[in-house]
Structures are given as C-alpha cells and as structure tokens.
Design a protein around this ligand. Structure first.
Ligand code: AHG
Ligand code: MN
Ligand code: MN
Ligand code: MN
Length: 280
C-alpha cells in the first residue's frame, strides 16, 4: 500500500504543475458519464496511469475519464478507481480542485474498498489518507509532511447542498431549508473535494447530492467519488448514506454508475435518514 501512496504523491506533484501551467480549454471528447472532457482531465488521467503502470502491486485501474477497466499486473493485489481531476471546470476561475482515489481488493464495488486517498489542490496541496484512521499531509518543498489526524464532531455547522434546486423533491428542499433555518452556513464551491475537505476540517455538517427529477440516481459516481469519500467519512467518525442506507452498501452494476449521496457528521446524517425514510 505504501508504494501506492508514494505513486499518488508523485502524480500529485505533476498534476499541481499541470494545473498551474496547463490549458484549461475543452477537448473534443465526452467521457462515459457525458461530461465534456477538458484537456486538463485527460492530461491528469495520463499522468496517473503512467505512474500506476510502474507499480507491481496494482492489478487494474479504472478512471472517470476512461470507458473500460485497464488491467496492469496479473499478480497485483489492488484495484484502484480514480477521478483524476475533480471539479476541473473550476480551474479557469482559480477555485480549488482535487483528485480522488478508491483502493479496492477483490472487486470494483463498495464492499471491497479498503482505503481511500484524496488530494486537494488549493492555495496549498493536501493529501488525506484513510486506512484505519484519517491522516492529513501537506506538500512542503516537494515532500508530503504529516499534519494531523481528522475526526468529525458529532454535530457540525456547514451545509453544502448540491445539484439544481428546481429538480429537488419537495421533502429534500424542506430538509435543506430546515437545516439552514437551524443556523447552518452555506458552503458549496461546486468541487466535492474542497467542499468535503472543509466539512471534515471544520468539525462537520452536511454535503448532499440527491437524486433529482432529471437525474434520479444523482450525479456523483460510485467508484471514483462516492465510495472513497464514504470510506473517509466513516473512518473519521462520520457517515455517508444514499438516503436510506450506508453508501458502502450500494450495489454497483456498471463501473460508471452514480448514486444519490449524503456525507456528514452523525447528527446531520441521522436527520437525512429520518426525512428520507418518511418520504422517499
Ligand atoms: P468532475 O469535475 O470530476 O466531473 O466532478 C464534478 C462534480 C463534483 O466535484 C461536484 O460536487 C459536482 O460535480 C457539482 O455539481 P453541481 O454543479 O451539479 O452541483
Ligand atoms: Mn468530469
Ligand atoms: Mn469528480
Ligand atoms: Mn473528474
């Protein structure tokens, strides 16, 4: 596993350079979930794949930006699903973005995830590794230095409601309104990595990306986005659910499947479960 973390560190240093100097324009292609790929999405995907190809313990990889699973080493132990550049459309306005990695063993599905890593590219580059607990590292002079462990409070103060409001179910709108009425503050940038990182570091709250009238299964992708963060939130003493059950119990039928998702501290997630049980 240490070799994989080292590979992610190496890739992140290259992706930092790419973000700082690369072209933020669109490519001519779409990925499997229908996003128009930016040149930065494709270039960061290539950086990661090229480095992972050199690691013998990796059996196969799958990326948001590629249609199919790529087999690497027959005898490898680990499977990695990754989102090379999350929030890539925010680079041109100079907001924070990230990379997300889910490390799986045995299969690309929720029950097989055994570790998760995400990297935030903001004013600083930070890497958060969840294995048994959740540890944050910061890039300083070319090296990732341990900074702190991350543990969520029981109840938070932030609310990050994703997707388009006029496509929300009435009970979802009521839930979000009630949370604001209870004094939670709006913190939503449109990049799930910095948005979820902020909730983790500032004690807690709720990030939601529900199923909507236009997208009943939500937008966020199970293998590269939802399961890795679900793993991190659970290890940080928080929870991640699809409205009804743990996100880490959601079934995957296709590598690019999406799911509604809610991440947060215990108080807010219990609230979501109560509302969805009554109405959903
Ligand atoms: P990506 O850039 O990897 O395609 O992912 C973007 C995602 C995620 O970062 C964010 O939370 C969400 O899209 C924002 O969507 P909305 O603008 O619909 O809220
Ligand atoms: Mn995308
Ligand atoms: Mn993403
Ligand atoms: Mn992406």
């Amino acid at each position: 596993m240490q070799d994989i973390i080292k590979a992610i560190e190496e890739a992140s240093i290259k992706i930092k350079e790419l973000i700082e100097t690369g072209d933020t324009g669109k490519s001519e292609q779409e990925n499997s979930t229908g996003d128009t790929q930016l040149k930065l999405d494709i270039a960061s995907d290539v950086i990661i794949e090229d480095i992972f190809k050199t690691i013998p313990s990796i059996k196969a990889i799958v990326s948001e930006e590629q249609e199919e699973i790529v087999s690497l080493n027959e005898d490898g132990e680990y499977l990695i699903a990754y989102d090379p550049l999350d929030g890539s459309s925010l680079v041109d306005v100079n907001l924070s973005v990230g990379s997300i990695y889910g490390i799986y063993k045995g299969g690309f599905d929720a029950k097989s995830i055994i570790a998760s890593v995400y990297v935030v590219f903001g004013p600083r580059v930070e890497m958060v590794v969840a294995i048994d607990d959740v540890k944050m590292y910061r890039l300083k002079k070319g090296k990732f230095e341990f900074i702190q462990n991350i543990v969520l409070e029981e109840k938070g103060k932030l609310n990050a409601p994703g997707s388009t409001q006029n496509c929300w179910a009435p009970y979802h709108k009521e839930l979000i309104d009630d949370i604001f009425n209870d004094g939670y503050r709006l913190r939503y940038s449109g990049g799930m990595v910095p948005d979820l990182h902020q909730i983790l570091l500032k004690g807690g709250g709720l990030f939601s990306y529900p199923g909507t009238t236009d997208r009943p299964k939500g937008k966020l992708r199970q293998l590269f986005e939802v399961f890795p963060f679900a793993y991190t939130y659970e290890k940080a003493n928080g929870q991640a659910v699809d409205g009804f059950k743990r996100a880490l119990e959601v079934e995957t039928t296709h590598i690019h499947d999406t799911t509604p998702c809610f991440f947060g501290s215990n108080t807010e997630i219990n609230r979501v479960l109560e509302v969805y049980k009554k109405n959903g």
